[in-house]
Design a protein around this ligand. Structure first.
Ligand code: TRP
Length: 440
């Protein structure tokens, strides 16, 4: 069950795999998220929202390419898949299942009000078309799928741009409805917006977005980056004439990369009448200084898709260690239950007396691992690799003796647990200890 733990904050963010990552994604999402992922008090989830991409894109090759590019981008920008849970949405079959559960507790009227859907309807009406022309049920259901992404991992914070805030509010509504009907299973998520950098203007001065076709791709070669930057819209003031920073796309983009001192220097240069060509050169050099090292790493990664595939599959295993048992809990909560257990209400009872157990094993990587399973054989805890069986054994002994407290103490040696995962594992460790005491 969801409970609020004051010390660990779970961040979750997804990017739809429908395009090539651009500077706006970098400044508005990737950079911010990677920075957060390094904090010790944060547990982060990053995923490639490829089910979402199907709503907008019907070109399979484009989806595949975009998935690869976005995965390579996050890794190149410093996301550490060992530290965070980095996965592909479509590798988690529990997500569509939860989408259905949430669909059944979401008012149609709520979805009618979703911005993306409403904008399409308004456009059709303005053209005199049927309001639903070209509107797929997928577009209509978009916020529910997104709700499932967020609630599946009980995220506290979801870093998003302003345009996505409504979706987070809808996810809260869904969580509240579900909790109200079936008990406190979901954490209520909050949007996390960094106002300074939330949106970046594109080449034409409107918000940088693939739908406006005004983006600057993040990882183009240096020469091409320079060429694209030279195309940013400016006014027609000549060199020597003072320029306005207000409303200047070039200035805003610069500000997103520069520190305060650099920004003030450019502000002064504007007032002093810097020529647009020179201003663009300054912007180009500033961006390239930050991007060049990442670009080298990106190129290495993008040329090795098998490696990325492997990382994503390992990430999916980590994510499913949480989503699988959570889905078991949720299925039970709504009444999709094992009929053989014969219960009518309340918590499930084990059909026969069996006990939680530890399983030790060795992986093909040569390291020693263990799992802690509940009485029905569902995984509660998955260890990371240990160099020797003795070290794995010591960790198990600590868990047996110190139980719940050891879960926090050994956090670095275990795959991350959600709050309900911690609760379930602690309860099982307590049960095991009680039984051991009774046996002796
Ligand atoms: N809708 C988001 C976008 O287009 C992508 C997304 C899907 C997402 N699921 C999410 C973002 C869950 C945050 C949390 O940018």
């Amino acid at each position: 069950m969801a409970s609020t733990s004051p010390d660990i904050v779970r961040f979750l963010t997804g990017i739809t795999t429908s395009g090539t990552p651009h500077l706006g994604n970098y400044v508005g999402s990737v950079r911010h998220s990677v920075r957060f992922s390094r904090r010790a008090d944060v547990q982060s989830f990053y995923f490639l929202a490829d089910y979402h991409a199907l709503i907008k894109v019907d070109q399979p090759a484009r989806i595949q390419r975009s998935t690869l590019e976005i995965a390579a981008t996050w890794l190149a920008c410093g996301l550490n898949p060992e530290r965070v849970t980095f996965y592909r949405q479509s590798d988690i079959p529990e997500i569509p299942e939860l989408t259905w559960f949430l669909t059944c507790v979401t008012g149609k009227g709520l979805l009618n009000r979703a911005h993306a859907y409403k904008a399409m309807i308004d456009k059709n009406v303005a053209k005199g078309d049927d309001p639903d022309a070209d509107v797929s049920a997928g577009l209509f259901m978009y916020p529910v799928l997104m709700g499932a992404d967020i609630l599946m991992f009980n995220a506290h914070k979801v870093p998003v741009g302003r345009d996505q805030v409504q979706h987070i509010e809808m996810a809260r509504d869904m969580a509240q409805s579900f909790n109200h009907l079936y008990g406190e299973h979901f954490t209520l998520p909050e949007a996390e917006i960094d106002d300074a950098v939330a949106t970046l203007p594109g080449l034409d001065g409107r918000k940088m977005s693939k739908s406006y076709d005004n983006t600057i791709p993040l990882f183009v070669p240096r020469a091409q980056l320079q060429k694209l930057i030279s195309g940013i819209v400016t006014d027609s003031r000549a060199p020597g004439e003072p320029k306005d920073t207000e409303g200047s796309a070039l200035f805003q983009i610069y500000q997103a990369f520069a520190d305060n001192e650099e920004t003030e220097a450019l502000r002064k240069a504007y007032a002093d009448g810097i020529g647009w060509g020179d201003a663009k050169q300054i912007l180009f050099e500033r961006i390239d200084r930050e991007i060049a090292p990442l670009r080298a790493h990106y190129e290495e990664l993008i040329n090795n898709p098998a490696q990325i595939e492997k990382i994503l599959r390992a990430g999916a295993e980590k994510a499913r260690a949480l989503s699988r048992p959570f889905m078991v809990e949720l299925r039970h909560a709504v009444g999709l239950r094992n009929l053989a257990t014969g219960e009518k209400t309340g918590a499930p009872k084990a059909a026969k007396v069996s006990r939680p157990s530890f399983k030790q094993y060795r992986e093909s990587d040569g390291l020693y691992y263990f799992k802690f399973l509940d009485a029905s054989g569902h995984q509660l805890v998955q260890s990371r690799g240990f160099a020797s069986p003795q070290e794995a054994g010591r960790a198990i002994a600590t868990l047996k003796q110190q139980r719940g407290a050891a879960l926090a103490q050994l956090a670095g040696q275990l795959e991350p647990l959600s709050n309900q995962g911690v609760n379930a594992a602690s309860a099982a460790l307590d049960a095991l200890a009680a039984e051991a005491a009774g046996d002796s």
